[in-house]
Design a protein around this ligand. Structure first.
Ligand SMILES: C[S@@+](CC[C@H](N)C(=O)[O-])C[C@H]1O[C@@H](n2cnc3c(N)ncnc32)[C@H](O)[C@@H]1O
Length: 279
């Protein structure tokens, strides 16, 4: 089978699960992963025979079962880091890269500040912070023991020193005080499961994504409350959030005397990120 034929085979076999663009990006990822060839290099080889074809057929079988490509190859690229992923952690999303970039571009370099990432999952946010701001003292809290294991592994392979802590933001207390707190907490209301792809529902940890419909702000309330003691005066809070909740989240921040509220849209033009300063 040639590269061109393999590409078409992918398009035919998984067209019910993925859009054309998604299939193309999956195809590029696995070709790069197995054969170390980038998009341009593959294009030139379009009529050549694909080596190690068994691997690609095997990947295709797994994709047809709905297993996400990031779990099949066991890793994901996030900014300038490579992270191990499995079914215990949410696959880091491009939106969250935007959140990290926003924080990095908003905070001055060479300041020795103490930063906390709440609900670290794979560790993507804290590892990207430490990799790009080695002077920061980065802490990461997470409730799931299995997720922390992956996050610790990821911090090691990226050679970043991070203080991980098993911590339940809805129940635990901390004595630490931070300059910046960042969180991408679970925020999708459960009634949105009907609009969520089966791949996400079947393979990603649902408790990392969904919140009960009547408690969709539970993590924002808890983190703002936690910030009363654990964020210094003048410190900054950054959230990723469900766009429909913008007004309510703004209200929580204002009610708790946060000011300089800034809202940022994601690449799809949805309100997705918010920051505020503690008075
Ligand atoms: C949306 S995921 C974000 C993961 C990662 N930070 C990212 O951006 O890809 C939310 C994370 O919060 C964690 N989490 C859920 N409930 C929590 C709680 N009560 N306390 C701390 N972390 C919690 C989940 O296990 C999950 O890893």
């Amino acid at each position: 089978m040639t590269f061109k034929e393999l590409n078409n085979f992918f398009k035919k076999e998984i067209s019910l699960l993925y859009s054309d663009n998604e299939i193309q990006s999956i195809y590029n990822i696995i070709i790069e992963e197995k054969l170390n060839l980038n998009k341009a290099q593959v294009y030139i080889k379009n009529n050549e025979k694909v080596p190690k074809i068994g691997y690609f057929i095997n990947v295709l079988d797994k994709l047809k079962k709905g297993i996400p490509i990031q779990y099949i190859i066991g890793k994901v690229y996030f900014l300038n880091t490579i992270l191990k992923t499995n079914q215990n952690v949410l696959i880091p999303r491009p939106e969250t890269e935007e959140l990290v970039n926003w924080v990095l571009s908003s905070e001055k370099k060479n300041k020795k500040i103490k930063v906390l990432d709440i609900g670290t999952g794979s560790g993507c946010i804290s590892i990207a912070f430490k990799k790009n701001r080695s002077e920061w003292d980065v802490h990461a809290y997470e409730k799931s023991t299995n997720a922390i294991k992956i996050a610790i592994f990821n911090s090691k392979i990226n050679k970043t020193l991070i203080n991980f802590k098993k911590f339940d933001i809805l129940n635990d207390k901390s004595d630490n005080v931070f300059d910046i707190i960042v969180s991408n907490p679970p925020y999708v209301p459960e009634n949105q499961k009907k609009n969520t792809s089966k791949i996400i529902l079947d393979f990603e940890p649902n408790e990392a994504i969904f919140v009960p419909n009547n408690k969709s702000l539970i993590f924002y309330n808890a983190i703002v409350n936690f910030s009363k003691k654990s964020l210094r005066k003048g410190g900054k809070l950054y959230f990723e959030f469900y766009s429909e909740n913008l007004i309510k989240i703004k209200h929580i921040l204002q009610k708790n005397k946060f000011h300089n509220i800034e809202v940022k849209r994601d690449l799809n033009e949805k309100n997705r990120f918010i920051s505020a300063i503690k008075k």
